[in-house]
Design a protein around this ligand. Structure first.
Ligand SMILES: [Ca+2]
Ligand SMILES: [Ca+2]
Ligand SMILES: [Ca+2]
Ligand SMILES: [Ca+2]
Length: 302
């Protein structure tokens, strides 16, 4: 009787806790083993009850047989028979209860087995995802290392170029180049044709000056009869700077460019200089025969 109550209490506990979540397959395995053990206990209890019923039936039969030979104790024997019959009914009831409990436990066991299988699937999927993520992480780490290496190389090259640039600037300052904003200017002493002037500038790693804005024009306007890097030799009337860009902000002197045609020059005036007649910095250019020997202005950038 006490054993049966204990078992029923355990079943109630299991019922109350059947909604709990199992987070690891390890815990789950422990629970599965526990469920199997309980199922064995119930089977054993069922067998015991069945044996006890048989024993009681045999006892009743024997008792009846004995009582038929001894009628003097009839009342007492009838009472005992009733008690035994009552116990059989109770045992049958417990047997039924145990059978019901066993079915419940079987259902619980099946549910837990299903949950275990689902958890194992989830675990396997997560393991695969983990491997994929680890691969991606590895690739990203490799790329990061390569990018870091490229960055370091570029930084070193930049520093080396900066160092070379600094040395070049220092040397040009010593060679009397004029530093202004982000440019260096070399005002020549010798007089050369426009083409010869440009070749000399190029050999020094520079080029004839390009006038980028009014401020630069104002700075250069005082160097009269000096070549600048502007010509229309490619196409008459289309003035281009030495970097190939078309002139957009002209500072021609009044009446210029007039492309005066000299008898000895078939092409007329195709190269620009800062006019000696200029009175305003913004009206200072003149087109001249490119073979004219003028001083020139080279420009380099820092
Ligand atoms: Ca310039
Ligand atoms: Ca021309
Ligand atoms: Ca011309
Ligand atoms: Ca002219």
């Amino acid at each position: 009787m006490e054993m049966t109550e204990a078992i029923v209490e355990k079943i109630d506990d299991e019922e109350n806790n059947k909604d709990f979540e199992i987070h690891t397959s390890k815990t789950f395995n422990k629970m599965s083993i526990s469920s199997i053990s309980k199922e064995g206990s119930y089977k054993l209890a069922t067998v015991c009850l069945a044996v006890m019923c048989v024993i009681l039936l045999v006892a009743i039969i024997l008792f009846k047989s004995h009582s038929s030979n001894n009628t003097s104790d009839g009342t007492f024997q009838q009472q005992t028979l009733d008690n035994l019959t009552h116990e059989i009914v109770q045992l049958q009831s417990r047997y039924n209860n145990l059978t019901r409990d066993r079915d419940l436990i079987q259902t619980l066991y099946n549910n837990l087995t299903l949950q275990k299988s689902q958890l194992e699937d989830t675990f396997n999927n997560m393991t695969k995802e983990k491997e994929i993520l680890q691969n991606i992480y590895g690739h990203l780490n490799t790329e990061k290392s390569q990018l870091q290496s490229s960055y370091n190389n570029l930084t070193r090259e930049r520093d080396e170029l900066q160092s070379l640039r600094d040395k070049l600037v220092s040397r040009r300052i010593m060679d009397k180049w004029i530093r202004r904003k982000t440019s260096l200017y070399k005002i020549s002493v010798a007089k050369k044709s426009w083409s010869e002037s440009r070749q000399i500038c190029l050999k020094m790693g520079a080029d004839l000056v390009i006038v980028n804005d009014e401020d630069e024009q104002q700075f250069l306007a005082s160097y009269k009869n000096h070549w600048i890097g502007l010509s229309d030799t490619e196409e008459e009337g289309v003035w281009k700077w030495v970097d190939g860009t078309v002139l957009t902000n002209p500072y021609w002197a009044p009446g210029e460019p007039n492309d005066v045609d000299d008898a000895d020059e078939e092409d007329g005036e195709d190269c620009a200089e800062i006019s000696s007649d200029a009175t305003e910095f913004s009206k200072a250019w003149n087109d001249m025969l490119c073979s004219t020997r003028f001083q020139y202005i080279c420009e380099d950038h820092i």
